[in-house]
Design a protein around this ligand. Structure first.
Ligand SMILES: NC(=O)c1ccc[n+]([C@@H]2O[C@H](COP(=O)([O-])OP(=O)(O)OC[C@H]3O[C@@H](n4cnc5c(N)ncnc54)[C@H](OP(=O)(O)O)[C@@H]3O)[C@@H](O)[C@H]2O)c1
Length: 295
C-alpha cells in the first residue's frame, strides 16, 4: 500500500487517480473530514484524518505501508517536523521506498521553505531508506490563473523583471506515478522537474494575453498584501511562519531569477513537458466551459 500525504492538495488530487488507475492500493492522509469524504468518493482505499505532525496520526498513517509519497503542506509551520518524522517513521516501519516531493534548488537556504526541504533531504539521505527526491519548479497553478481570466490582471509578489521557470502539476504527478510504480529503477535519484522556458512576469502576461485575446495588466504586489489575500481578516500574529516565508520569497525572487532546465523532466516523461502556453490554453478552455455551463 502507498501512503500519499497532503493527499487532497495540488499534487495529491492529481496523483491519487493515477495510482488508482494503475491498480495500486492507496492510503491518503489529510487534515479535514471534508477532504476525507472527497478522497473516499475517489476510490481511495484508506484515509487517515488528522494533523500529521502529531505522533499518533503519523503512527496510524505509516502502519503497514510499503511506499510513501510525501508532500509537505504549503507554508505549514510544522513542515520540517512532518518531514523529519515521516522519514524516521518510515525507517522504523520498514518502508521499502520513500519518494519526497522537495523543491527546485532546495540548497537556496535564504528561502525558508527551501531550507526546510534541504534539511529533510539530508535527513532522508542519511536514513538508510531507499528514496527518490523530486524537485519541482514553481507550479503552474489554476488558482493563479482564475483571477487573471476574470479580471485581466496578473499579480506577482516579487519583481516583475525577474525570470522564473515553472512546471505543470500533471507532469509532476505523471513522474511521481512512474517513480512509485518502478521504485527500483528510480532509487537514490534526485530529479529536477522543470518545464521549458524562463519567463518574466511581463512575458507570462503576454502569453496569457495571446491565449485569451485581450491585454493583461501585470502588477507587483507586496508579500503582506498577498498574505492578506490568502488568510483574510485572521489575526496576523497566528501567521508568523507564513509571513516569514512570503517575505523571504519576495526578497529572494526580487533579487535573483529562479530558473531550471527541462532535460530531466523530458527524459522522465518520454515526451515534451507541458509548456506554460499549453497549460494556459487548457485552463482557459476549462474556464470557458464552466462559464458557459453556468449560463
Ligand atoms: N506552489 C509551488 O509553486 C511549489 C513549487 C515547488 C514545491 N512546492 C512545495 O510543494 C508542497 C505543497 O504541495 P501541494 O501544493 O501539492 O500541497 P498542498 O495543496 O499545500 O497540500 C494541502 C493538503 O495538505 C493537507 N494538510 C494540511 N495540513 C496538514 C496536516 N497538518 N496534517 C495532515 N495533512 C495536512 C490538507 O488537508 P485538507 O485537505 O484536509 O485541508 C490538504 O489535503 C510545499 O511543501 C511547497 O513548498 C510548491
Amino acid at each position: 500500500m502507498i501512503l500519499v500525504t497532503a493527499a487532497n492538495g495540488n499534487q495529491g488530487r492529481l496523483l491519487i487517480p493515477k495510482l488508482l488507475a494503475a491498480d495500486q492500493l492507496v492510503r491518503a492522509c489529510v487534515q479535514s473530514p471534508t477532504s476525507a469524504v472527497r478522497l473516499r468518493a475517489m476510490g481511495v482505499h484508506e484515509v487517515v484524518v488528522g494533523d500529521l505532525s502529531q505522533p499518533a496520526v503519523m503512527a496510524k498513517a505509516i502502519a503497514g505501508i510499503e511506499k510513501v509519497y510525501h508532500v509537505g503542506p504549503t507554508i505549514h509551520p510544522r513542515e520540517r517536523a512532518m518531514g523529519m518524522s515521516i522519514v524516521d517513521a518510515a525507517r522504523a516501519e520498514g518502508v521499502s521506498h520513500l519518494v519526497f516531493s522537495s523543491v527546485l534548488h532546495a540548497i537556496t537556504t535564504d528561502l525558508v521553505q527551501h531550507e526546510i526541504k534541504r534539511d529533510i533531504e539530508e535527513h532522508l539521505l542519511s536514513s538508510g531508506l531507499e528514496f527518490t527526491i523530486l524537485q519541482p519548479a514553481n507550479y503552474m497553478l489554476p488558482l493563479k490563473l482564475r483571477p487573471v481570466f476574470e479580471k485581466a490582471v496578473f499579480e506577482l509578489s516579487w519583481s516583475l523583471e525577474r525570470h522564473q521557470s515553472l512546471v505543470d502539476l500533471g507532469d509532476i504527478t505523471d513522474v511521481a506515478c512512474t517513480v512509485l510504480l518502478d521504485c527500483e529503477r528510480h532509487a537514490a535519484a534526485t530529479y529536477e522537474l522543470v518545464a521549458p522556458g524562463r519567463y518574466t512576469a511581463y512575458e507570462l502576461g503576454e502569453i496569457i494575453s495571446g491565449v485569451v485575446g485581450q491585454p493583461i495588466e501585470v502588477r507587483e504586489i507586496d508579500a503582506d498584501t498577498y498574505l492578506t489575500a490568502w488568510v483574510g481578516d485572521a489575526d496576523s500574529h497566528q501567521f508568523t511562519h507564513q509571513i516569514r516565508v512570503l517575505r523571504a520569497i519576495t526578497a529572494r525572487y526580487s533579487s535573483h531569477d529562479f530558473i531550471g532546465n527541462s532535460n530531466v523532466l523530458t527524459w522522465l516523461l518520454q515526451r515534451p513537458p507541458t509548456t506554460f502556453e499549453a497549460y494556459v490554453r487548457q485552463q482557459y478552455h476549462a474556464f470557458q466551459q464552466r462559464a458557459s455551463s453556468r449560463d
